[in-house]
Design a protein. Structure first.
Length: 576
């Protein structure tokens, strides 16, 4: 980042800055906490960030900033530049041009541009009266988090984050340490011994503490980055699903095959996340007035006013803190089978609770879906070339059912066909063919219906569920682990799509979706392989397909996020 005073030649400064760097202008008379200034200048979610006397822009908004500087400087005489708050005028000009300007909540931190000596002294006294280190440490913690994280981890993990900051460690290094710790935990679980299970549970909690510390370190030191946000989000999924695989391997060493339960847990958890992402994207542009008009929102407000119900409601949805604590304790004290059964029951209840509430909210809200939301849902659907071609034909036919009904019917048909027919039967292929014909009806038109955000979750459940059922039907050693790898690779592609959309970077390139076949193409291919191949060869085919999908999506994902200029996706801490 380059910073210049607005009393200097701002236009020359901007012209000299490389296009890849963020630039900022700060009034020379600024008085306030350094952390407040950095907070206002480095927030990566917005092209411009403003607080009294400061404005900044990412490379994508540099031209708009340059124009605003030139316009405002030409409007002021050289004698008034030092008397006018040029940075605030530039922020207003950027806002008028449609460039988002974010004014961060500073809380008790001070940021001011005094106009006279008396005001300057008052501002300095206000700065001295605030313990900025305590505010910094407090604001490093997320504003909304689960009970376990808030009360059992964050009270000490914030000090770990500060310790890391003072030793020059970066959030990415802490994120990587968290991943390595979780992988060691998975390896311990894979030993299948009681000592290994106890060590795995302890290390999983340690990994979660580091996972909390990396975000707190980023907020404490304001070291946000696109790559860091992607690593944090991606590693969370990798850690949890690698641990599932470790537990399944450990159980197999003890003679208990729980791969179906492990894959079921991954499928359920991934579908839960897709529900969260799709619902949030569908309602991301709802105004607060619209969002608060539904009876369910009013009920939530009344429950939250009680106080303790807030924590109960956050716990029963099994957020990552509660979920990992549950897994760790059960791993140390029980068996992998009990761990997965309890996890499946808890996640199923949480999924039912959250999905039912969101369905009610969607039905009672009177909100119009935006084109952006419809586009995001279409991208999350992950329709391949077959569905796209058939969707063009389906647009000529008047719709007979809502999009989510078409997705539900198609998904139910293929999963039931796979489940009811014996392995090697062609009935699952027929079910997949009907699914391929039905899925274009769901995406033929913009997904702007009240419940159309259910389309992506239904597609995920259909594809993952079909792979799970067919691998279980194969009844051969290695089929379910191969299916676990395939679902993990495809799920990574779907998570990557979500993070790109949340970062305003758009969906993955069209060639990647075509190369991976889309949800309908992969589902049809797996059913055909199961019908044509013996169980042993089907296992090999699933493994090869998993490797192929993983190589393609990982290569493109890594290339994109390492070089992307997309805003980092992160959660803010409490207002200072």
């Amino acid at each position: 980042m380059r910073i210049a005073s607005d009393t200097g030649d701002a236009e020359t400064h901007l012209a000299a800055v490389p296009a890849k760097e963020r630039v900022a202008l700060v009034d020379a008379r600024f008085v306030g906490h350094l952390h407040a200034l950095r907070l206002g200048l480095t927030d990566p979610r917005f092209p411009a960030a403003g607080l009294p006397g400061a404005v900044s822009a990412q490379p994508a908004a540099r031209q708009a900033l340059t124009r605003a500087v030139a316009r405002e400087r030409s409007a002021l005489s050289s004698s008034t530049v030092v008397c006018e708050n040029l940075t605030d005028r530039i922020a207003a000009a950027l806002d008028a041009d449609g460039v988002p300007v974010h004014h961060p909540e500073l809380g008790t931190l001070v940021a001011a541009v005094p106009a006279d000596p008396q005001a300057r002294n008052e501002a300095r006294q206000a700065v001295a009266a605030v313990d900025d280190e305590a505010v910094r440490l407090r604001s490093a913690v997320k504003a909304r988090d689960g009970f376990f994280t808030t009360h059992c981890v964050s009270p000490y993990s914030r000090y770990l984050a500060r310790w890391c900051a003072r030793r020059g460690l970066t959030p990415n290094q802490v994120t990587t340490a968290s991943l390595l710790t979780a992988l060691v935990a998975a390896a311990c679980a894979a030993t299948g011994t009681r000592g290994g299970f106890v060590a795995a549970g302890v290390l999983l909690i340690a990994s979660f503490v580091l996972d909390c510390a990396d975000g707190q370190l980023a907020r404490y030191s304001l070291q946000y980055s696109t790559l860091g946000a992607w690593l944090d989000a991606t590693f969370d999924r990798a850690k949890e699903y690698a641990y599932y695989a470790g537990l399944a391997l450990g159980a197999a060493r003890g003679g208990d095959d729980v791969w179906a339960l492990a894959l079921g847990a991954m499928v359920l958890q991934t579908c839960r996340h897709v529900v969260d992402f799709a619902f949030n994207e569908a309602h991301v542009r709802d105004s607060d007035a619209v969002a608060n008009t539904s009876p369910t929102a009013a009920l939530s407000g009344r429950l939250d006013s009680v106080g303790w119900t807030v924590w109960v409601r956050r716990m029963i949805v099994l957020p990552i803190g509660e979920r990992w604590a549950l897994i760790a304790v059960l791993t140390a004290l029980t068996t992998p089978r009990i761990t997965f059964v309890v996890l499946l029951v808890g996640c199923a209840f949480a999924a039912t609770y959250t999905t039912a509430g969101r369905v009610l909210r969607s039905l009672t809200r009177k909100a119009q879906r935006t084109d952006r939301a419809a586009r995001a849902l279409a991208d999350l659907a992950d329709s391949g070339p077959i569905a796209e071609a058939l969707a063009r034909l389906a647009r000529r036919v008047p719709p007979r059912a809502p999009a989510y009904i078409a997705a539900l019917i198609g998904g139910a048909v293929v999963v039931l066909a796979a489940g009811l027919a014996p392995y090697g039967s062609w009935w699952p292929v027929l079910g997949a063919a009907l699914y391929v014909l039905q899925s274009p009806l769901a995406v033929a038109r913009p997904l702007k219906g009240a419940l159309d955000w259910l389309v992506p979750p239904f597609f995920r459940a259909a594809e993952y569920g079909t792979v799970l059922v067919l691998a279980a039907k194969a009844d051969v050693n290695g089929a379910l682990p191969a299916a676990f790898g395939l679902v993990a690779a495809v799920a990574y592609h779907h998570y990557d799509t979500v993070y790109r959309i949340r970062g305003d970077a758009g969906a993955p390139p069209h060639w990647l979706v075509r190369a991976s076949g889309g949800h309908e193409g992969r589902t049809l291919l797996v059913t055909v392989l199961a019908a044509l191949l013996p169980a042993a060869d089907f296992k090999v085919a699933l493994t090869a397909l998993a490797v192929a999908v993983a190589l393609v999506v990982l290569a493109e994902s890594i290339r994109f996020w390492v070089s992307a200029g997309a805003p980092a996706v992160h959660d803010e801490g409490e207002p200072a």
